[in-house]
Design a protein around this ligand. Structure first.
Ligand code: ADP
Length: 494
């Protein structure tokens, strides 16, 4: 029993990764999953494909381990959060495709509840905003597709779960549970009381009979059905992906910040046992719950991070591979004053302007692909600056080191610019698979292999530290330029 397996079921792929007990990766398997866009603004996944790819990647990793004479002690699940599945308890069959977190189909339901003045009360209990992003309105939408679904739900014949819960059910042959971090993204969970809230269930018209039990992030969730993998493997941890990354980055003390740069960017600051209420429409959320005690985080997101690089690659065809962006940025002219605001789908925290759209400012005759590329990378750093400014003023922790991960942080030019603009030390870990590592570590904690959460710090290893090196005058001038550019793309309610 010398390794731990993480299932990392994400928005674009299902992965299984095995780690040795020192946090090194020993086996990886990954399969993409299909995105379904049945209508504009709608995004679905096929739960059966999520299941198939999860089992296949897990089998692949177990085979690789066998080849190396290794054995997994436990499994931890990290998952895309908020994505909603409803299935029949009798057959385990989903009654509808999974509605993905990005899906906007329930915008009108949310607007209606807002008109009734319900948002402040809901935010007070859940730490979230009244938005289609979260699970509650997605559950009600599915149940309202057919009268018999609502009836069946009330009679307790249907089960709701976010992805970790659906996978747990399938892996164990019928355990119905969720964890506090995933529960805290549904709009149905009181993050202070630590349970499903009857008033919220009523507001969102969700029958209590469909809800899973909520457990700590480390718990004896069950064991895998022996028929699946030849032996029963205990599942000892479940956690939402961004929280998993925070644990994997060792952000376990109040004030610690991690920022993940994939397609978008998610920044979380640990706020300890305090629920910090944001005055910038950031989210308050459960960071983890261990031995019945919840720690919280404040969370903000940038919609377009690596996606801006994808756009330069696939839309403008400025280069063939994302990693070329680093060399391009290094080659860009120092005189360039190009500023790109990649507000392709509006701006998130702290601007919250859904109607803002992107723009490029400061073009001159000698602006070329290099200057545009550098401007795209810079924009992600500027947005992080704005987000962090909001987080710092809400949470009032002195700004310490920031730990970064995600595909974009392979770009050393970007991470250095980030340190410069934030005027803060930025650390990049050796294992950038922090989501999977967080889930695997918690599985080890749940299985008694690690003694305490703090052990994660001895397993976390630094790859490279980036110290800020930009002169204050230059930073201020750049940030002024950025702020002006942002003010020009805001819709001002138009
Ligand atoms: P996700 O989990 O959201 O799919 P990843 O963490 O795998 O994202 O990161 C992929 C994203 O990072 C892509 O949007 C890609 O454009 C960007 N990316 C990958 N490598 C680099 C790089 N060297 N420089 C800049 N961006 C990069």
């Amino acid at each position: 029993m010398d390794c731990l397996i993480a299932i990392d079921q994400g928005t674009t792929s299902s992965r299984a990764i095995a780690f040795d007990l020192d946090g090194g990766i020993v086996a990886v398997s990954q399969q993409e999953i299909t995105q379904h866009y049945p209508r504009p603004g709608w995004v679905e996944h096929d739960p059966e494909e999520i299941w198939r790819t999860t089992v296949a990647t897990l089998r692949d990793v177990l085979d690789q381990l066998k080849g190396e004479n290794r054995q997994a002690a436990a499994i931890g699940i990290a998952n895309q959060r908020e994505t909603t599945v409803i299935w029949e308890r009798k057959t385990g069959k989903p009654v509808h495709n999974a509605i993905v977190w990005q899906d906007r189909r329930t915008a009108d339901i949310c607007a209606g509840l807002k008109e009734k003045g319900l948002e402040p009360g809901i935010t007070g209990k859940t730490g979230l905003l009244l938005d289609p992003y979260f699970s509650a309105t997605k559950i009600a939408w599915i149940l309202d597709q057919k009268p018999e679904l609502r009836e069946a739900a009330k009679k307790g014949e249907l089960a709701f779960g976010t992805i970790e819960s659906f996978l747990l059910w399938r892996l164990t042959g019928g355990a119905h549970a969720s964890d506090a971090t995933n529960a805290s993204r549904t709009l149905l969970y009181d993050i202070q009381a630590g349970n499903w809230d009857d008033e919220l269930l009523e507001i969102f018209n969700v029958p209590r009979a469909v809800m899973p039990e909520v457990a700590d992030n480390c718990a004896s969730y069950g064991v895998t059905d022996a028929a699946l993998f030849g032996r029963a493997i205990p599942i000892t941890a479940m956690i939402g992906d961004q929280q998993a990354a925070a644990v994997g980055q060792g952000c376990i003390t109040p004030g610690a910040v991690k920022s993940t740069y994939g397609t978008g960017c998610f920044l979380l600051q640990n706020t300890g046992s305090d629920i910090v209420r944001s005055s910038h429409r950031l989210l308050s959320t459960v960071a983890y719950r261990l031995a019945g005690h919840s720690s919280y985080a404040i969370e903000g997101s940038i919609f377009i991070a690596g996606a801006a690089i994808q756009w330069l690659r696939d839309g403008l065809k400025l280069f063939g591979r994302a990693e070329e962006s680093e060399e391009m940025a290094r080659r860009a002219s120092d005189n360039s004053e190009v500023i790109m605001v990649p507000a392709f789908t509006g701006l998130g925290a702290p601007h919250w302007d859904a109607r803002a759209r992107g723009a490029i400012f400061g073009l001159t005759r000698d602006t070329g692909p290099e200057e545009l590329t550098r401007a795209a990378l810079e924009a992600v750093a500027y947005q992080t600056h704005d987000l962090l400014e909001a987080v710092s003023s809400d949470a009032a922790f002195p700004l310490g080191i920031i730990r970064v991960d995600g595909g974009m942080t392979r770009n050393g030019w970007f991470v250095q610019f980030l340190a410069d603009v934030l005027n803060t030390t930025v650390d990049r870990p050796q294992v950038v698979e922090t989501t999977a590592f967080g889930a695997a570590f918690l599985a080890g904690l749940g299985a008694g292999i690690y003694d305490r959460l703090g052990d994660v710090s001895s397993v976390w290893r630094l790859d490279r530290r980036f110290e800020p090196a930009m002169r204050a005058g230059e930073r201020d001038a750049r940030l002024r330029g950025w702020k002006k550019a942002v003010s020009q793309v805001l819709s001002h309610g138009d």
